[in-house]
Design a protein around this ligand. Structure first.
Ligand SMILES: [Zn+2]
Ligand SMILES: [Zn+2]
Length: 72
């Protein structure tokens, strides 16, 4: 078990890079706040996105995320 030490080290250095998907934009990974800029769910793909990742319709009343907009 010569590799045990190495594996243990990797476990201890487990990256704290875990981003809560509920707290980040599903498109640009921007951090979403709890009160301001909380993000909203795209109607088409149900992904929570920040306000920068929305494409509004011509009336400005409805929107979908930028990715869904590109796929239209
Ligand atoms: Zn975004
Ligand atoms: Zn979408």
């Amino acid at each position: 078990m010569l590799r045990k030490k190495g594996a243990l080290k990797v476990n201890q250095n487990h990256p704290v890079w875990h981003v809560d998907p509920n707290r980040s934009c599903g498109r640009c990974r921007a951090e979403l706040g709890r009160i301001m800029n909380r993000g909203a769910f795209c109607k088409a793909c149900k992904v929570r996105v920040c306000k920068n990742c929305r494409e509004y319709n011509l009336k400005g009343t409805d929107w979908i995320c930028t990715v869904c907009h590109k796929n239209l």
